[in-house]
Design a protein around this ligand. Structure first.
Ligand code: COA
Length: 349
């Protein structure tokens, strides 16, 4: 049976390193608090007027295409996962298509936040297995630093996130011991606002518990960005950290076990687990819960922070560059995030 393989992988992170100590200069926080709660020591921030979510994604894509031995002309579909697009619309997929000079191929943007890359992988897998496409470019890229609240009020969110991009080229393979074995996607919208950025949004003032009121200042339109929102500085992401933590530590192990069970494998068979880099404490909990050794899990949140849709491909790329992923290895990717959405993918490298 035809499967989908990762033919090339690449990453790009901006040069600008921002340490926890740097953040203490703009908000009331400490290196000790951040490291103890999240494991993060530093993260990368994009360079204004230079890096964008699309340009960083394109750079990661260029590296992935080079490693896959393909050119822009070979790519027949783009999937772009991000929660921090350059524009509200159009999405970043078409910006990459333009920047890399690709043909008039399909470009799909997906909005699944931290699970975006795993969701994208699953979508690509279906297109490749049906024979529709032969070279899919899947990108996860984020520029959080342009839009977070770096005052003390926003510290529970802003210390966690970083910027960067990762990309893969996906191709069909008929090798019996290679490729994606299965993908598993889930969601639960009951806590949609627990990790959200409701404004600016087209919600028209309809309120959920955690969304603050929006005052329309004219009978039609004008609700997208109101003076009220600007006055209250209410244009930042909201996160109920403990609620996210509690759900993540249940859903991560659950969805990894689901993938293992589906393929009649067990945790000891995993060569390398790449968990979405949400928080080192969450990753350590998952490792312990599944009885995995430290060698079986690759974490790099310490140096990059949480890069949302980019975190899985960045961690996978880094692990591959370090020689931690070899031919035939069983690799498990798992993610959880805003929505809530979560998912896993099991593949033979
Ligand atoms: N520096 C210093 N103090 C901070 C702080 C910061 N950056 N952020 C919050 N605090 C303070 C709070 O104001 C609060 O103070 P108080 O007790 O005086 O009110 C205290 O620390 C505890 O806040 P709380 O939010 O309960 O902390 P926590 O122990 O739950 O840790 C997170 C906060 C965000 C680190 C933690 O909840 C978490 O990691 N959640 C999961 C987040 C996540 O993974 N998100 C991405 C999902 S993809």
């Amino acid at each position: 049976m035809m499967r989908t393989k990762i033919a090339g992988i690449g990453m790009y992170v901006p040069e600008n390193v921002v340490t926890n100590e740097d953040l203490t200069k703009v908000m009331d926080t400490s290196d000790a608090w951040i490291q103890e709660r999240t494991g993060i020591r530093e993260r990368r921030f994009a360079t204004r007027f230079e890096d964008t979510t699309a340009t960083m994604g394109a750079e990661a894509a260029r590296r992935a295409m080079e490693r896959a031995g393909v050119t822009a002309a070979d790519i027949d579909f783009i999937i772009f996962a991000t929660l921090s697009p350059d524009y509200y619309f159009p999405g970043c997929g078409v910006l990459v298509q333009r920047q890399l000079g690709m043909g008039e191929i399909g470009a799909l943007d997906i909005r699944n936040q931290c699970s975006g890359f795993v969701y994208g992988l699953s979508i690509a897998d279906q297109f490749i297995k049906t024979g529709m496409y032969k070279n899919i470019l899947l990108i996860g890229s984020e520029t959080h630093s342009y839009a977070l609240d770096f005052s003390t009020r926003g510290r529970n969110v802003s210390v966690i996130f970083g910027d960067g991009a990762g990309a893969v080229v996906l191709q069909p393979t008929d090798h019996p011991n290679q490729g994606i074995l299965s993908t598993h996607l889930h969601s639960d919208g009951n806590d949609a606002e627990s990790l959200s950025m409701p404004n600016p949004g087209f919600h028209g003032g309809k309120l959920w518990d955690k969304v603050k009121p929006v005052q329309p200042d004219q009978p039609y339109g004008g609700m997208f960005i109101t003076q009220d929102l600007l006055d209250k500085d209410d244009l930042y992401p909201y996160m109920d950290g403990p609620a996210v933590f509690k759900k993540a530590v249940v859903k991560f192990p659950e969805v990894i076990r689901e993938a293992l069970t589906k393929n009649q494998l067990s945790a000891k068979d995993i060569s390398l687990l790449i968990p979405h880099q949400a928080n080192l404490r969450i990753a350590q909990f998952v490792q312990q819960e599944l009885g995995l050794s430290a060698e079986q899990v690759h974490n790099n949140i310490q140096r990059y922070g949480n890069t949302t849709a980019a975190s899985v491909p960045i961690a996978l790329c880094e692990a591959w560059e370090l020689g931690k992923v070899k031919e035939g290895d069983l690799v498990c990717l798992a993610a959880f995030g805003s929505g809530f959405t979560w998912g896993s993918a099991l593949l033979r490298w």
